[in-house]
Unconditional design. Structure first.
Length: 150
């Protein structure tokens, strides 16, 4: 079952710490709808602790020393029903051909939360995910810890 664990500060002061988990489905966006300087964008849907649409716009793409592995940095906005969450994401994507000649598309990301709106105003913390990107479609599982002001 997907859910949210709440760990409150024992003194009653300070931020509320929320544990997050769930799933993400995504679709690559190309053409004029993608405002990335390096041409990498996607839209996503979050389910679980966070629920709603999201979008990612890449700022940079760099080849790593390992063949077929690229590092992608960009801005991620999640439109949760309680407000928006903004974060800076770094992803590592395997673009090397698999046994069938097509990339298997394994990826991981770490998204450092930089703020938000509504419930997420002033939020900090992180989200991390692992998944696969096949062609234009992706699927992942995420977990994270978010610190929000009460």
């Amino acid at each position: 079952m997907l859910g949210m664990g709440v760990v409150a500060d024992q003194t009653g002061a300070g931020p509320e710490s929320l544990q997050a988990d769930g799933s993400i489905t995504s679709r690559t966006i190309k053409g004029p709808a993608c405002k990335s300087p390096v041409g990498r964008c996607f839209v996503a849907t979050f389910e679980g602790t966070l629920e709603g649409p999201a979008e990612f716009v890449a700022n940079s793409v760099k080849q790593t020393p390992q063949p077929g592995m690229i590092l992608i940095n960009g801005n991620f906005v999640i439109h949760d029903k309680r407000g928006d969450i903004t974060c800076i994401e770094d992803s590592l994507l395997n673009t090397a051909p698999g046994s069938d000649g097509e990339p298997d598309g394994e990826f991981v990301f770490l998204c450092e939360i930089t703020g938000g709106t509504g419930k997420w105003a002033g939020a900090t913390g992180h989200l991390q995910a692992t998944g696969n990107l096949q062609g234009m479609e992706g699927a992942a599982r995420y977990i994270g810890k978010m610190n929000v002001k009460e």
